[in-house]
Structure formats: structure tokens, C-alpha cells
Design a protein around this ligand. Structure first.
Ligand code: GLN
Length: 261
């Protein structure tokens, strides 16, 4: 078995450590004997390369880099990304990259950046004087069927621990939030919603990076990618995640939240 991971604009969109998500998927595949290759999807790439990947990961970026990416991600590449996500290719998109998948992003300075309009939300930066949303974030995944899949995998509610750092605020239209905020700001610090979920695409404000801190999401992405590619149900071998769970327990204690178990 083999998976190709498409990594959106690795040079321009790696400001916030989200490269850890790519490494996490890569290692968790290798530990199980699944071959994996990482395909950068960037300015040098043709749109056809987008069609060849089985899973897509996108990280955060600063406003200026997002503008450059959006200029490049027009036409055939935008079409390819849209086709992939519409057809159920799984993806994990953090902060700056979901802002690009929505209708638009209004940066702190300058013109509105038009997004792909694939996810029904808008993101706006309230201006350079506004407080950034920075800090640890904890939320429960509630989106269907993801929440049910994860609950079955874990035997408990899927609680995500991450770190957010964004100026932009996201307001959802007709799309399911990824989860509900337990601690932190989430999409906008107002409505208690965090991220969004569409087909098999996870959009979130959570860095951390997300996947090493919440390895069950990495496994869900791998499992979904394998199912899409090989059209058969795969059971992944269990890995020893005791360190990650200990780190999560420590974080819960620090944030003065009730224990996970
Ligand atoms: N530039 C965006 C914002 O500040 C995204 C930041 C990020 O990706 N962490 O909202």
C-alpha cells in the first residue's frame, strides 16, 4: 500500500510549525509498513500533480504569503483542489489555508483576498489594533460523521488540544463547524465554534502541530485516504501513543480542565 501526501505551498505556508503534521502522517504510515511520498503542491507544480495525491495537508501563513499563494492558486490548480476535496480526498488545513478555501479573507492591511469558495465561510481581520487570538485551544469534535468515527476509535469523546495564533476571524455559513470550543477562541472568539468540516476536509485554527498532539486525527486521515484509494475498509495496526496521551493529560492539568479519563 502506498499513499501520496500533497503538501500545499511548503515554503510559503510553514510559518507556524504545521510541517509537524506532514511528518506525523509520514511516520505513522511508515511504522505500519505503508509506503509514503510527500508531494509539494506549489508554484513549481502543475495542476495535474494535484490530482495524483491521496491526502492533502495545508499549514498556516502570514497575510502576505497567503496573498502570493492565492495569486498562484487560480485557474486549473484551484479547479483541481476543488475536485479533489469534492470527491472526498481527506485533508487537514490549518489557519491560513482554510482562510483560502473559504469565500474570502480580509487581511489586516490591503485588499480582500478572494478564496476558492469551496468552504462556506468568510474570514476577516479586524485590523492591526485588534487583539490576536493566541493561546492553547481545546475543543470537542462534533462534526458528523467524523465525531462518531473518532468516538468509535477512542471509546470516548474526541477532544482536541492545540495552539492557535490568528488575527483573522472566521464566520461560518452553511457548513458544519469542526467542533465546539472548550477553552480558547476558536473561529472568532464569539460563537463557540471551532473550524469547519466538509466531505473529508478538516479545517481548523489549531496548530500544535495538530496531528502529533492528537494522533487519532492522523489515523483517521490515513484510514480515510486508504479507503478512498483502495475502496476497501482498512484496520490500522495500533501504535504506542502513550507519550502523546501523557502530554495531553499534562496539558489538561495545566489548563485546569477535568481529566480526560
Ligand atoms: N494570517 C492569518 C491570520 O492572522 C493566518 C495566521 C495563521 O496561519 N496562523 O489570521
Amino acid at each position: 500500500m502506498e499513499l501520496k501526501i500533497g503538501w500545499l505551498y511548503p515554503t510559503l505556508m510553514s510559518t507556524y510549525g504545521d510541517r509537524g503534521n506532514v511528518i506525523c502522517i509520514e511516520r505513522r504510515c511508515q511504522w505500519r509498513g505503508i509506503e509514503v511520498s510527500i508531494v509539494p503542491l506549489d508554484q513549481q507544480t502543475q495542476a495535474t500533480a494535484f490530482y495524483q495525491v491521496d491526502l492533502i495537508v495545508g499549514g498556516g501563513a502570514q497575510d502576505r504569503q497567503q496573498e502570493i499563494v492565492m495569486r498562484d492558486l487560480k485557474g486549473a490548480k484551484a479547479e483541481a483542489l476543488r475536485d479533489k476535496l469534492e470527491s472526498g480526498t481527506p485533508g487537514a488545513f490549518t489557519c491560513g489555508s482554510p482562510q483560502l478555501l473559504g469565500h474570502y479573507y480580509e487581511p489586516a492591511f490591503g485588499q480582500r483576498i478572494e478564496g476558492l469558495g469551496l468552504l462556506d465561510f468568510v474570514s476577516k481581520h479586524p485590523g492591526p489594533q485588534a487583539k490576536r487570538c493566541i493561546g492553547n485551544v481545546v475543543f470537542e469534535i462534533t462534526a458528523s460523521p467524523l465525531a462518531q468515527d473518532l468516538r468509535a476509535m477512542l471509546g470516548e469523546p474526541p477532544i482536541v488540544i492545540g495552539f492557535e495564533n490568528h488575527g483573522g476571524r472566521t464566520y461560518l455559513g452553511n457548513i458544519a463547524p469542526l467542533g465546539k470550543v472548550i477553552k480558547g477562541y476558536g473561529n472568532n472568539g464569539e460563537d463557540g465554534k471551532e473550524g469547519a468540516f466538509y466531505r473529508n476536509a478538516i479545517a481548523t485554527y489549531s496548530h500544535g502541530p495538530l496531528l502529533p498532539k492528537n494522533p487519532f486525527i492522523a489515523d483517521w486521515l490515513i484510514q480515510t485516504a486508504l479507503r478512498q484509494k483502495y475502496q476497501t475498509e482498512m484496520v490500522l495496526t495500533k501504535l504506542d501513543d502513550s507519550l502523546a496521551w501523557r502530554a495531553r493529560e499534562a496539558m489538561f492539568k495545566r489548563l485546569e480542565l477535568p481529566s480526560l479519563h
